[in-house]
Design a protein around this ligand. Structure first.
Ligand code: AGP
Length: 608
């Protein structure tokens, strides 16, 4: 998704902006650009489609000298990737320059009004409208002009703006799209993501919806969209750049897969005290829990797969029918959500547009929100009633791995917390679950050390046109995540459905060599799964089973088997996902794909 970096202070703006944009490259982009204001108020803008290197080459001969500037990496939404559509977008008279993340929903109306006044447009973007609005509304006071512009904008926007009329000044505006400031006594760095400012400073100020940051030389102040000054608190973050780097692994994805034992333990340590789940004030009281008659789960992609597994455990512990819905669907269909509903929202980034929108809609209907997210201070974290953090550390690779397993840990511990408060779990059962959760750490560690078979297995499936991922019960939910992982980084079509559904149509697709991956961790469904393996083998399919240790019959009928340690059946997805993550990684690598930055995808999908 798009990245913003701006600078205003005593140092060289270009250096800080380009460095910040390089750090944000992992988010995915198709073009990049920068505007810098020199001491005399001359505004220079350079934009290039393609990688940052191309922009950097274009900048070498220019030697942009200036202490104020903005930069952007764009992932096209309005208008194709091109130099003219890249950001910054400049006003018609060249005096205002704007970078933007999000979508201005009413840009067509605004554009028509500006066209009627005689403005002309060079790009297909919604952002150019903002630049021209600044020109049109310019009052001679930068902040006052921004307040007028903000009133006209509808949609989602994080904006960075500079102007030749206001040398030494930088504005940041935030609505529904993240924007943070890194501050020190030399100046301010403005960014859409914390990693972009980590090298500059660890002291940050996050903008909330409807807020403006006004930076002047090395100072800054904050205002509402009504123009009233507000006070903001500074936070100190403890991430460092090393944490966000590859740490010796070939790819972020591999590093993040390998971090899972450690982060699962960290998440458990943060949520369990003296052998019992203890979530402090970031969970609901017994009275609040008793007031809910419905529990919904919502999320997108991998986070949704975690939510579906969590739902099963909630139902087991609470004895209550729960409901899950993909966030982009839930936003538009919530007939049963009311003030007796608890909505559990799962999002690694905490910025996913669909998830945020579904959550806001439910909130407006009176539902209480419990968010599970990895990013402290993210939009979802700030808007939820209660927040449980994943403690997975920064996840850079687009393919989510450690976020999934730590999301599961959050979901399991929340269910135990609720069960405990509602008197549905005796101490002994509670402690047995906690022990099973802690035992996962060693079991994950074991699986991480047994990495070897995946290269060979990837060789067997890499040329397939499509792969089937099957399972029964909770294993079907694990298989869905395996299928998503292989699709997004190997670009092989993968379909997942419950094994029993195969004979109702899809079996017609099976022929010699088609890979079928089975997840089999549920003892009670073993016999049925064995029949399914035989069924597909009889059609010539290649079968790879991910099964629990001790399930020896699986070895007899499958072409290849990867075993995972035995565990509580509800917690098996934490183990069953690991071979599927490795398999996706090795397949992507074998095909020569960009593992960490798969085509057409971005780490954080902030637009709906
Ligand atoms: C995961 O591998 C995917 N890249 C994607 O499905 C992701 O999980 C989804 O976009 C939700 O993101 P979030 O957890 O940041 O909300």
């Amino acid at each position: 998704m798009c990245g913003i970096v701006g600078y205003c202070g005593k140092k060289n703006a270009e250096d800080h902006i380009i460095h910040g944009l390089e750090i944000l490259e992992y988010r995915g982009y198709d073009s990049a650009g920068i505007s810098v204001l020199n001491e005399d108020g001359k505004l220079t803008t350079v934009k290039r489609v393609g990688k940052l290197e191309i922009l950097k080459d274009a900048l070498t001969s220019l030697h942009l000298e200036g202490h104020v500037g903005i930069g952007h990496t764009r992932w096209a939404t309005h208008g194709i990737p091109s130099d003219k559509n890249a950001h910054p977008q400049v006003s018609e008279d060249g005096s205002f320059s704007v970078v933007h993340n999000g979508i201005i929903e009413n840009f067509i109306d605004l554009k028509s009004k500006l066209l009627a006044k005689g403005y002309t447009f060079k790009s297909d973007t919604d952002t150019e409208v903002v630049a021209n609005l600044f020109q049109d509304y310019n009052t001679g006071d930068f902040l006052e002009t921004a307040v007028k512009v903000a009133k006209d904008l509808k949609g989602a926007f994080a904006l960075g703006i500079i102007s030749s009329h206001y040398p030494g000044e930088l504005l940041g505006l935030r609505y529904q799209s993240p924007l943070v400031l890194g501050v020190d006594d030399q100046g301010t760095i403005l960014a859409s993501d914390i990693p972009a400012i980590m090298d500059y400073t660890k002291d940050i100020i996050s903008l909330e919806n409807g807020e403006i940051a006004y930076c002047q030389e090395d100072q800054r102040s904050f205002y509402s969209f009504e123009g009233e000054e507000i006070q903001k608190n500074m936070e100190h973050i403890d991430w460092n750049f090393e944490q966000a780097s590859k740490d010796g692994y070939a790819h972020f994805m591999l590093k993040e897969i390998h971090e899972q034992a450690e982060v699962i333990k960290k998440a458990l340590d943060m949520k369990i005290k003296d052998g019992k789940v203890s979530l402090g004030d970031q969970s609901f009281s017994k009275e609040e829990l008793a007031s809910f008659d419905k529990i919904y789960f919502t999320a997108c992609g991998t986070a949704y797969h975690a939510a579906e597994v969590g739902l099963r455990f909630f139902e087991e512990i609470l004895g209550l029918k729960c409901q899950s819905e993909i966030a982009s669907e839930l936003k538009y269909y919530q007939p049963f959500i009311d003030d007796k509903t608890l909505l559990v929202v799962v999002s690694q980034s905490g910025e996913t547009g669909d998830t945020l929108a579904a959550m806001e809609e439910a909130k407006a209907k009176g539902a209480k929100i419990l968010a599970i997210t990895n990013v402290v201070g993210s939009s979802i974290a700030r808007q939820a009633d209660k927040v449980q953090y994943c403690f997975a550390g920064p996840e850079i690779s687009v393919a989510s791995t450690k976020a999934y397993t730590t999301q599961l840990i959050c979901l399991y511990t929340i269910a135990l917390d609720f069960g405990q408060k509602l008197g549905l779990l005796d101490d002994q059962t509670h402690q047995a679950y906690v022990q099973d959760l802690y035992d996962l750490v060693g079991k994950v560690d074991l699986l991480l050390r047994r990495e070897d078979p995946y290269k060979d297995l990837a060789g067997k499936i890499k040329n397939a046109k499509e792969i089937f991922y099957l399972g029964r019960g909770i294993d079907y939910l694990s298989a869905k995540e395996g299928a998503l992982k292989i699709k997004e980084i190997s670009y092989i079509n993968a379909v997942s459905f419950p094994s029993g559904e195969l004979k109702h149509g899809s079996i017609a697709l099976l022929e010699d060599g088609v890979p079928v991956i089975f997840v089999i961790t549920q003892e009670s469904l073993l016999d049925k799964s064995i029949s399914n393996i035989k069924e597909v083998k009889a059609r010539g399919a290649y079968t790879l089973s991910i099964a629990m240790e001790g399930m020896d019959q699986v070895d007899e009928v499958s072409d290849d088997v990867v075993k995972v340690p035995r565990t509580n059946p509800f917690f098996a997805p934490v183990l069953a996902v690991l071979p599927q993550q490795f398999l996706a990684y090795e397949t992507s690598l074998a095909l020569g794909n960009d593992v960490d930055k798969p085509r057409n995808l971005a780490k954080s999908v902030t637009v709906e």
